[in-house]
Design a protein around this ligand. Structure first.
Ligand code: SAM
Length: 313
């Protein structure tokens, strides 16, 4: 099945012209499989010993200790070893590992993961916090909530508190409570489209992206309310659509811009793009230029990230 025509048209308007061919190709090709060691249960050395014993050839990811990639042909075997079942490794796209790296939670802090299931980022946050402090993980979908809970248990997370609730209500319930907030927003998942998996794109439409944008705006406002003065908020999506990226940030800055700054991001690879300055008739706040769009390759998914900080007063 080919990509939706309207999606391809929009992609031409969003990503740099000289990258479009390579980007379109990534939707057709099976990606390298990436995973990381769970530092709550093992170490890079320990996991490498297990991979070698299982005869699984791996390559280290140079910019992230304890992260690896293997050929898609070896994925099945990776999911058959004890380290997988017993939670010493977690399979996760590299783009998703970048998000906790940027939010950089510290031990003993109070952290909120506002859209948490299945928990890939929550697990990494807990590891970085060394299971200390307080980590709230929110997920309203019942089925996904129980998957999140199961993942936290398998991976030995003990500092997380899970809530089956709508993230839009959290800001009012917990005003100015958190040092750092991860908002990995529900989105149209455009970066996860695969032409060999028609289901991955069967629900997509421009209308859907615009509808999702309304939810993202409300989640961002809720996250803003829940953030302590001086605290940091990471907004990210796996969508290319400006309606889901620059748009919700613009909305937040229009409402609370006098209390917010954005922080420049420095990523350890160069397949990145600056955010758009405008989309249609809308000209975006200059502060959004500190965000980053990751352009997909055969190893990393497309992603959008923006780090905000609430001013102290
Ligand atoms: N952070 C997760 C991870 O790394 O594994 C992935 C999160 S996924 C992109 C977005 C999640 O937001 C989905 O699990 C979805 O069910 C959840 N969601 C949808 N509506 C929500 C809402 N109103 N409040 C909070 N979460 C919501």
């Amino acid at each position: 099945m080919s990509l939706p025509e309207a999606f391809v048209d929009r992609l031409h308007q969003i990503v740099p012209r000289d990258h479009i061919k390579a980007i379109l190709k990534t939707f057709d090709t099976p990606k390298q499989v990436t995973f990381r060691v769970n530092t709550l249960k093992s170490t890079p050395q320990g996991l490498e010993t297990e991979l070698t014993a299982a005869n699984i050839p791996y390559q280290r990811i140079q910019w992230l200790e304890g992260a690896y990639r293997i050929s898609p042909d070896d994925k099945l075997r990776l999911t058959q070893i004890d380290a997988f079942y017993q939670g010493r490794l977690y399979i996760q796209n590299l783009a998703s590992m970048v998000a906790p790296m940027i939010l950089a939670p510290q031990p003993e802090e109070t952290i909120l993961d506002l859209a948490a299931a299945p928990g890939g980022k929550t697990l990494m946050l807990a590891g970085m916090m060394q299971n200390t402090g307080w980590l709230s993980a929110v997920e309203p979908s019942r089925e996904r909530f129980f998957r999140l809970r199961a993942n936290l248990e398998t991976q030995g997370v003990t500092n997380a508190h899970t809530y089956m609730t709508d993230g839009r209500s959290v800001g009012k319930k917990c005003p100015e409570m958190f040092d750092r907030i991860m908002l990995d927003a529900p989105c149209s998942s455009e970066a996860r489209f695969k032409t060999h998996e028609p289901k991955s794109m069967s629900f997509w439409s421009i209308h859907k992206a615009k509808e999702t944008s309304k939810l993202q705006k409300r989640l961002l406002l809720s996250a803003y309310d829940a953030l302590k003065p001086g605290g940091k908020l990471l907004y990210c999506t796996c969508s290319f659509s400006p309606e889901e990226n620059e748009g919700p940030l613009q909305h937040l800055l229009q409402r609370h811009g006098e209390h917010l700054t954005t922080l420049p991001l420095s990523l350890p690879f160069d397949n990145i793009q600056k955010p758009l300055e405008r989309w249609g008739k809308e000209v975006f706040d200059i502060r959004i230029q500190n965000a980053v769009r990751i352009l997909p390759t055969d190893t990393i998914d497309g992603f959008f990230l923006c780090l905000l900080q609430k001013k102290l007063c």
